[in-house]
Design a protein around this ligand. Structure first.
Ligand code: TUI
Length: 308
């Protein structure tokens, strides 16, 4: 399935792996790229030098293209933005903010820039600033989310911009990929499915929590404070919801979430940790290699789209 995105990025399949904090490290990024998609290293809150090392490690595992996601709320975003240029990274995605201040530097260095957006307004603005494509991310996604669903956001972004659009949020199999293409997307970005891949280094408890999740196990914390984060229900989300309903401030609740994602991902504390995952968690039933996932999903999508 050739699209403007597969051409732009020089990849075989129109599948991009999300730049998930603590999860999108070099093993996962390299595995997705080796399987014909685009792997991403998630900068998250990491210092520039850690991201540099991740890039170098990924290069040892693949000679295929991979990218870096710059999380714009990170205190190290400026450093990470420079490191990607110094390391010769060819594609950057950004999340949780507006990457305007880095666009000139990246474009001058020949980096393809793909901001993740949750609104038509930001998609338009990014196109004006020279973005090569945008990821339109609906609130079915895990982690930090916007307000609109993928079903409503993607076609509105497709109508508003001329650059190619990548759909994200709520896509977990070939049916989701086919649906995203029907909405006008030219690729998809997927996170949660890859969290349970064989190559993913997250704690076994984290993988099992996703594999066992039911459709109704997804929760959003922090909506009332304007910091909505989607994760799987557990002791942490229940405590958060209770205190949020009591009107506690964002600052008062921060102790519940600080370091909580790392605790869940690395230590397997899926009770008091934050288990970020999208709403498709309920659809995921087994661990597979990234290659098995990608080939199975693409075969299903191509069949549905009549492109076999
Ligand atoms: O960034 C994400 N997902 C993330 S980032 C993250 S790390 C984190 N952990 C805890 C709390 C907060 C962050 C976990 N998941 N997805 C991309 C995304 N970007 N979703 C929504 C947005 C977004 C929202 C508002 C982008 C821009 C924006 O407004 C920018 C502006 O200035 O208009």
């Amino acid at each position: 399935m050739k699209t403007r995105i597969t051409e732009l990025l020089g990849i075989q399949y129109p599948i991009i792996q999300g730049g998930m904090a603590w999860v999108a490290e070099h093993h996962l990024a390299a595995a997705v790229s080796q399987a014909g998609g685009l792997g991403l290293i998630g900068g998250a809150n990491a210092p520039g030098e850690i991201v540099r090392e991740e890039i170098r490690q990924a290069r040892k595992l693949t000679d295929k293209p991979f990218g870096v996601n710059v999380m714009l709320m990170s205190p190290h975003a400026d450093d990470v933005a420079k490191v990607v240029v110094e390391e010769g990274i060819k594609v950057v995605t950004t999340g949780a903010g507006n990457p305007e201040k880095y666009m000139d530097m990246w474009k001058t260095a020949g980096v393809k820039v793909i901001p993740v957006v949750a609104s038509v307004a930001l998609a338009r603005r990014m196109e004006r600033y020279g973005a090569d494509a945008v990821v339109a991310e609906g609130c079915e996604s895990g982690g930090h989310i916007g307000e609109q669903t993928t079903m409503t956001l993607v076609p509105q972004v497709v109508d508003a911009v001329g650059i190619p659009v990548i759909a994200a949020g709520g896509i977990g199999d070939g049916r989701g990929i086919a649906a995203a293409f029907m909405l006008g997307a030219e690729a998809v970005q997927m996170g949660t499915r890859f969290v349970v891949s064989t190559e993913s280094v997250v704690h076994e408890n984290y993988k099992q929590r996703i594999i066992k999740a039911k459709d109704i196990d997804s929760a959003v914390t922090g909506r009332s404070h304007g910091h909505p984060v989607r994760c799987l229900r557990n002791q942490m989300t229940r405590e958060y919801a209770k205190l949020e309903a009591e009107g506690k401030s964002f600052e008062e609740l921060e102790y519940l979430t600080l370091g909580a994602l790392r605790r869940a991902v690395q230590e397997g504390d899926v009770a008091s940790g934050t288990v970020m995952a999208g709403q498709i968690a309920g659809m995921i039933s087994k661990e597979q290699t990234c290659r098995e996932m990608i080939e199975e999903m693409m075969a299903q999508a191509e069949k549905l789209l009549g492109r076999e």
